[in-house]
Write a protein that binds this ligand. Structure first.
Ligand SMILES: Cc1ncc(CO)c(N)n1
Length: 222
């Protein structure tokens, strides 16, 4: 059986490329990304992670068995106990305090992406929710790995790259793919594939918009 994730990625190749090869990503890779763009991104990503933790809480609630419930809880814990701590520490290094993070409002692109995913899960079932979540966990692992191949140690974004290229994150990414593919064995029927593809494609485009938001913020400051 082919992997549902691979099938979605192949069918949404243009969207996937606009996300994983976005100018923001290329700028992190070669170090040319303006620092103001990265700072804006970091703050919005903190707000994003809070909503993504809620999405994994929803996955825990939508679970039909204890093992599915544990998979949702693992995602929730990965964000709350690991990624969030790393993120807040990275923000501090970039001069962003907890107060900065907590008092900045969500931008429209942050709201659009996170609420889209939460709604996919609320309106649908577990497979819909994980199809909408897949670009997030899996895309960042792919981007981290790709950028690490060429990143120099003096790259200002080396720490961000190292975080997503790390063994720990790569394991979370592999588990996300395995989880989606296992659910598909159980829940995927051919007539629901177009909807899953729509959710995956939309979430991927919203990831690209999220990168663009960082670039636009830097332009607006000028
Ligand atoms: C916008 C976005 N997508 C994915 C991840 C990976 O968790 C993240 N931190 N932020």
């Amino acid at each position: 059986m082919t992997s549902l994730f691979q099938r979605l990625k192949t069918d949404c190749a243009d969207e996937w490329c606009s996300y994983t090869h976005h100018a923001f990503v290329r700028g992190m890779g070669d170090g040319s990304l303006p620092e103001a763009a990265f700072r804006d991104y970091l703050v919005q990503d903190y707000l994003f992670l809070i909503q993504f933790a809620r999405a994994y809480a929803l996955a825990t609630y939508k679970a039909r068995s204890l093992s599915e419930m544990r998979a949702g809880l693992d995602g929730l814990k990965a964000i709350l106990d690991v990624e969030m701590d790393l993120h807040v520490r990275l923000c501090a290094k970039w001069g962003l305090s907890t107060v900065d993070l907590e008092t900045t409002p969500e931008k429209p692109q942050t709201i659009a992406y996170t609420r889209f995913v939460l709604d996919a899960g609320q309106a649908g079932d577990l497979l819909d929710l994980y199809a909408a979540l897949a670009p997030c966990m899996i895309g960042y692992g792919e981007i981290g790995k790709a950028l690490q191949k060429h990143a120099t140690p003096d790259n200002p974004y080396a720490e961000w790259i190292a975080e997503y290229a790390s063994d720990g994150y790569q394991e979370i990414m592999a588990a996300s793919i395995a989880n989606l593919d296992a659910l598909a064995v159980d829940m995927l029927t051919e007539n629901r594939y177009p909807r899953l593809k729509h959710l995956f494609s939309q979430a991927t485009l919203l990831e690209a918009d999220f990168w663009q938001m960082g670039l636009d913020a830097e332009q607006d400051e000028k």
